[in-house]
Write a protein that binds this ligand. Sequence first.
Ligand code: NOJ
Length: 545
Amino acid sequence: MTAACFLTIHMTNNWYHKTTIYQIYPRSFHDSNEDGIGDLKGILQKLDYLQELGFETLWISPFFSSPQIDLGYDISNYTEIAPEYGTMDDSLQLIDEVHRRGMKIVLDMVMNHTSAEHPWFIESRSSRNNSKADWYLWRDKPNNWKSMTGGSGWHYAKERDQYYWSSFLPFQPDLNYRNPDVKKSMLDIVRFWLGKGVDGFRLDIFNVIYKDAGFRNNPFSPKLIPSEEDPSGFFQEAKYTMNQPESFSFAKELKSVCNEFGEKILLGEIQGNTELIKNYMTQNGDGLGLVFNFEMLNFIFTARYFSDLIKKIERDFPDPLMPVYVFSNHDRRRSIHRIGEDLQKAKLLHTLQLTVRGVPCMYYGEEIGMTDSKFPFGSAFDPIPHKFKYIPRFFFDLIGLTINRDEVRTPMQWDTSQNAGFSSAEQAWLPVHNNFKTINVEKEHQETRSLLNTIRALLKIRKEEIILQEGSLECIEGLPIGVLGYSRTFGKMKLLILLNFDKQSKEFPLDVSECIFKLNAEDEIKNKAIRLNGFGAIIARITSD
Ligand code: NOJ
């Protein structure tokens, strides 16, 4: 074995660098008790589906006690289960059953803020001199800081005649991590769940966990709309409200707590440019093991875009760092929206996602091509649209912002029965999308070349081929316009991935051996040449002596 090969094996040895992640939004996945709301037992009933599909790690959005104003991202008790989702026993059974199937389970840890109904905050706001008085960020007068959702993030509490800070929405007050008791209490909660056997955490808005100790005013920025790579916005640079040096060291502290329990995943939700994201990760594995690469949520479906993206990611996140390829989540429009709801393009997109060097993270329903719904802002469960109800919808459509996140959270489409098999209640918490008769698991299960079966086949190949889990990646130059190609190498083993982003078929000479996957029946390798149908793809093995 060569030294280079040994290095590859050594560096990417963590299970979470090789895994595949599936995000479950519990409210919308499966309802076991006919109340129209998905629950933990509902997830339990669908574990065989997920295991058979081939995902290895399940990330479950929050199911802890909560007034549910932000549908679980406003927690009022971190060690209790919200009754609509089940009981502590259900959660323990879920952890066991996931493990029994050889899979991993990752919880969503909202450490930055609690619900305003959390007993800590109730106490903290009650007076200026209670035992939790400085567990949150309090000031006599607001400074100029804007919240992530726009407008001042300072909110008045008459009990103290002071203002508290909230990075997101007013009912989600930020904890004060400069207070050691706060940090200890939160780390105890982390230990509580690790002690129950979970395999790690997705970390909600981890980039805002610390704010400037001196509350210095943020500088002006001409930017109105925050973006994935630069979260500054609302005419303000988020210099003192995000990505503070203490947040980077806290990532390490959190990792060392996790290490007490073994090799655990920490997956950060962090907006910011590459250099900044890397501050949370660190080269020697003592920070966050994974951070979502959010810039690709805004992908453009061309070979050029993905070629540039992959090259940039390879340059910025070389081994031992590992990127996360994510195209959808519970906050953003589903990936299929960006490709005109075209299932053939979706197959190509996910062929890329499951063969590049990186951890793929898929959102529930993405595997069958579920689409977004359209709901009026006024009746939304999501609190965001209520904040912006006076701004006409077309403005947000124009700038591509998802304001009503209910639209991307509709119930999972299992079959053609009532509520798409999500719930036998008369009414699901959100209406099922009216395309459920054509887009559902049961139907796609029966179609050989459906999106679902394509993803299943790719997950199987990925599991079997260590090259796809750990191999290095090199882009292939000189291919026809519209075709993207890259090779994955592990030791002496090599795979070649060719993807045609054009609707025209492409033929070009290339000497490869065995084809181990083709997206269309017509994609083929013949006489030392490749033929790719429109939006076709091939994975081929290259054998060298
Ligand atoms: C990010 C989460 O993804 C989002 O759903 C939530 O509303 C905010 N953080 C606040 O916790």
